[in-house]
Design a protein around this ligand. Structure first.
Ligand code: FAD
Length: 328
């Protein structure tokens, strides 16, 4: 690991100022420290934000929740309001990492964890995300973990977070403080950017920006779930995951929200697929049609083409669960 300076932020302005001057924020450190040890990231300076007063889960004005960026993944998963009103989020958190990691991992850090692409982690390999312009080893290489939606010819890395998939499905937004002290709120739908020409740019954050909270909108009707398919039963990243909420009345779907992990360059949501379900009677045929629409633009490699049928089966199974007594 390369030597670096360490600063401890006592106020949010310490963190935003240090960030604007080039320091990298460290929260739980469960991702950043690994990347520093491997020299995938080599900041000259880190600013520790763990003393900031961002560890509470408060009620938002509209009846939703305002989650401090330093709330740990364990505490968020265990919060009774989350378990009762946002069970897909609680399940997604518990499907991620291990108990020890979740005790350290924070809400802000989880949103910003970097991809698990093997080529990103190996500094001997080309990777446009780590070293812009060096190429993409995963295209035509090992791609089992990689994305099939929202990819570019420069990068097929998938976003690894389970929590962010559930938050995307729930319509969460991110509260950000910038160096000038201004606060802005960005819908998670606008927060991540597609890899495009420069995959090293992953979000709309600018130097000096600090995530202070994540806001969940007021709970909505319907059944929720999070289904994660992975190589091992625990302690593994998603091959495919689905966070879903579906409301059914008088035998017809009245609302549907779906987000996907493991297949997108960012937590993936496709409004068109949700619209296809609304107003319809639940059925396997309908769910299969929705899955085909979701996957119509999939770009696959030899190593990840299996995700097309796997996603289809996973989505059908998830929607059957969510509409249990009704689907045939
Ligand atoms: C072995 C292992 C298995 C894992 N398995 C899973 C899994 O199955 N599913 C899953 O979803 N995750 C998994 N994870 C990832 C884990 O969830 C993340 O490492 C963790 O959530 C990151 O949070 P942190 O607070 O430790 O972030 P840090 O490592 O401290 O930071 C991560 C990034 O976020 C930035 N950052 C942190 N907080 C802020 C903030 N408030 N504002 C602005 N920038 C900020 C940092 O600068 C850094 O770039 C796994 C990790 C490990 C090590």
């Amino acid at each position: 690991m390369r030597p670096f300076d360490y600063i401890r932020a006592e106020a949010q302005s310490d963190a935003t100022r240090a960030g604007a001057e080039g320091a990298t924020i460290i929260a739980g450190g469960t991702n950043l420290l690994d990347l520093m040890k491997l020299e995938v990231m080599a900041p000259d300076k880190v600013v520790d934000i763990t003393r900031l007063d961002l560890g509470e889960i408060g009620e938002a004005r509209d009846g939703g929740l305002r989650i401090g960026a330093l709330v740990t993944n364990s505490d968020l998963a265990a919060d009774m309001r989350v378990r009762k009103n946002y069970p897909a989020l609680s399940s997604a958190l518990l499907a991620g990492a291990s108990g020890q990691l979740r005790n350290k991992a924070t809400t802000g850090g989880n949103l910003l964890q970097r991809t698990r692409c093997y080529y990103f982690y190996d500094t001997d390999q080309p990777c446009n995300k780590r070293a812009p312009g060096s190429g993409c080893g995963a295209i035509g290489g090992a791609s089992r973990l990689h994305a099939i939606l929202g990819v570019s010819e420069n990068c097929i890395a998938s976003h690894p977070s389970d929590m962010a998939v559930a938050m995307r499905m729930l319509g969460a937004s991110v509260e950000i403080e910038s160096e000038d002290g201004e606060t802005r709120v960005v819908d998670l739908a606008e927060f991540y950017v597609l890899p495009g020409e420069d995959p090293s740019v992953e979000t709309v954050l600018k130097p000096g920006d600090l995530i202070t909270h994540v806001i969940l909108p007021a709970p909505r009707a319907g059944r929720q779930t999070y289904r994660k398919v992975r190589d091992r039963a625990s302690y593994a990243f998603a091959m495919v995951s689905v966070a879903g909420r579906v409301s059914v009345q008088d035998g017809r779907i009245t609302e549907a929200a779906l987000a996907f992990g493991g297949i997108g360059s960012q937590p993936w949501r496709d409004g068109h697929v949700e619209e296809m379900l609304v107003g319809e009677e639940p059925s396997t045929a309908l769910f299969a049609k929705a899955a085909d629409a979701l996957l119509a633009d999939a770009v696959t490699q030899d190593g990840n083409a299996f995700k097309v049928p796997l996603t289809k089966r996973t989505l059908i199974a998830t929607l059957k669960d969510l509409t249990a007594e009704i689907a045939q």
